[in-house]
Ligand binder design. Structure first.
Ligand SMILES: Nc1nc2c(ncn2[C@@H]2O[C@H](COP(=O)(O)OP(=O)(O)OP(=O)(O)O)[C@@H](O)[C@H]2O)c(=O)[nH]1
Ligand SMILES: [Mg+2]
Length: 458
């Protein structure tokens, strides 16, 4: 299936840490343990999945560190091969030397995602689960992690398998009909009924992609408005840190500033921008800042027009409105801790009342409501997370699309009276499309594409 060599990599993040792990997988794992680790018992006699205390040796057999080692014997390991983990104190120097020693002792440096690729090739994970491993490692919010964990748990895989089984059943009925049509007559409606259910579930899955993609890829939200309304203060309040500089002077923020913000589980890039005013009225740095703000407005999934509620609207507020009015939009009435000059109901802007939120960056008033309004906007009409199964990957939704198109063609073909074997080709296409998600039907280039995203050591 693939070359049975032994691979090794540092599995923990770069930099100093309490513990660092070198991971080895392949037939030479136990021989490598013997070369680089000295314990009371020889690795060949170790129990599987049991930690042993000992000393890590460099190539001159000097002791570099002491710590723990564990062998997880095939097939009961992550990769399905013999896996060795060496747990050192997390010194990058020791880890690097230890890795080099494993290479000298017969391992090869692992490619990104190669451990997980082996897990897939050995049937320990299917392709969708392998992708979930990468998602879990990369998850930026708990919501994303939970969606990835669900994928890793195999819920999508099981659902797809059962849909696929139904189609295969329909296909076999059809093929019997094609081969023995003269002797037995199966009502075509029965075959079709089987794939109507499948179609309905696939349509639901396709619709779930918007919510799923949001959890995996996140969204971008821009804070915009005239100078001094409190955009930077609001960013700081939402992040819970003093990230952006705030002063009482208009024109404080010159450049755009992006930070990751957990918006009700949606990993969001929140951008603070330079206050918008007529560019002619500004000096060069501020002018460039304003141009950048305009680019951010064009790209953002959602713009938040920030107004200062403690003052009447100014010409610059109308100017800012003109910049954002064609974009998906919310209005934040900031400085609501001060006596108000603006009423949410009487704003001269065409914004539905539920999209106007009174907040105070200073006191935190209204901020949690603001967060849920933003989240509601980003989710749009997408179903809520709940326990629903959602598609999170463009690769998965593309395959579901292919399956649906094939089913549609089959249905049309049938009503147009096309021969049954054409119908069967379409059903086969749908079956293969679903199989490609879990890797039941897989081309090498799909595998390369999936595993390229991984970090080394995973
Ligand atoms: N009372 C009150 N003051 C606020 C609030 N938010 C911001 N401020 C004050 O308003 C002033 C401007 O705040 P910034 O956050 O720098 O405003 P900005 O919109 O980022 O301004 P530019 O970067 O110049 O565009 C500062 O003095 C803040 O302390 C609020 O909710 N209530
Ligand atoms: Mg600012």
């Amino acid at each position: 299936m693939y070359e049975q060599d032994t691979i090794a990599a540092i599995a923990t993040a770069p930099g100093r840490a309490g513990i660092g792990i070198v991971r080895v997988s392949g037939p030479r794992a136990s021989a490598i343990a013997r070369a680089v680790f000295q314990a009371r018992r020889a690795p060949e006699q170790w129990e599987s999945h049991r930690l042993y205390f000992g000393e890590f040796l460099d190539q001159e057999r000097r002791v570099m560190d002491r710590g723990l080692a564990v062998l997880m014997r095939a097939p009961h390991s992550y990769t399905g091969e013999d896996v060795l983990e060496l747990h050192t104190h997390g010194s990058p120097v020791v880890l690097q030397h230890l890795l080099t020693h494993t290479l000298v002792a017969g391992a090869r440096h692992a490619e990104p995602g190669e451990f997980t690729r082996r897990a897939f090739l050995n049937g320990r994970l299917d392709l969708a689960q392998a992708e979930a491993v990468a998602d879990l490692v990369e998850a930026r919010t708990l919501g994303s992690a939970v969606a990835a964990a669900r994928l890793l748990g195999g819920q999508l895989s099981r659902t797809l398998e059962s849909l696929r089984d139904k189609l295969v059943h329909a296909l076999s009925l059809l093929e019997v009909q094609i081969d023995f049509g003269d002797e037995i007559e199966l009502p075509v409606e029965r075959t079709l009924a089987a794939f109507h259910d499948v179609r309905a579930e696939l349509v639901r899955l396709r619709a779930s992609y918007r919510a799923g993609a949001l959890l995996r890829q996140g969204a971008t939200v821009a804070l915009v408005g005239r100078p001094n309304v409190g955009k930077s203060s609001l960013l700081n309040r939402l992040l819970g840190t003093e990230r952006a500089i705030v002063t009482e002077f208009a024109g404080t923020t010159r450049d755009t500033l992006e930070e990751v913000w957990d918006c009700d589980g949606i990993p969001t890039i929140l951008t603070d921008t330079a206050g918008l005013r007529a560019e002619e009225a500004t000096e060069p740095v501020e002018r460039i800042g304003i141009q950048r703000a305009k680019q951010v407005i064009e790209r953002a999934d959602l713009c938040v027009l920030v107004l200062d509620r403690s003052q009447p609207l100014q010409t610059e507020d109308f100017h800012a409105w003109d910049q954002v009015s064609s974009r998906p939009l919310l209005v934040a009435l900031n400085k609501s801790d001060l006596p108000p000059h603006l009423s949410p109901a009487a704003l001269p802007f065409a914004v539905p009342p539920q999209d106007v939120v009174a907040v105070s960056a200073r006191t935190g008033l209204g901020v949690s409501e603001f967060r849920s309004v933003v989240a509601r906007h980003l989710r749009g009409s997408a179903p809520t997370q709940g326990n629903d199964l959602v598609l999170t990957h463009p690769r998965h939704v593309a395959a579901v699309e292919r399956a649906l198109e094939a089913l549609d063609r089959a249905e049309q073909g049938l009503s147009a009276g096309l021969p049954l074997d054409i119908l069967s080709v379409e059903l086969r296409t749908a079956v293969d499309a679903l199989g490609s998600i879990t890797g039941t039907v897989g081309a090498e280039d799909v595998l390369d594409d999936v595993f390229r995203r991984f970090c080394i050591g995973k």
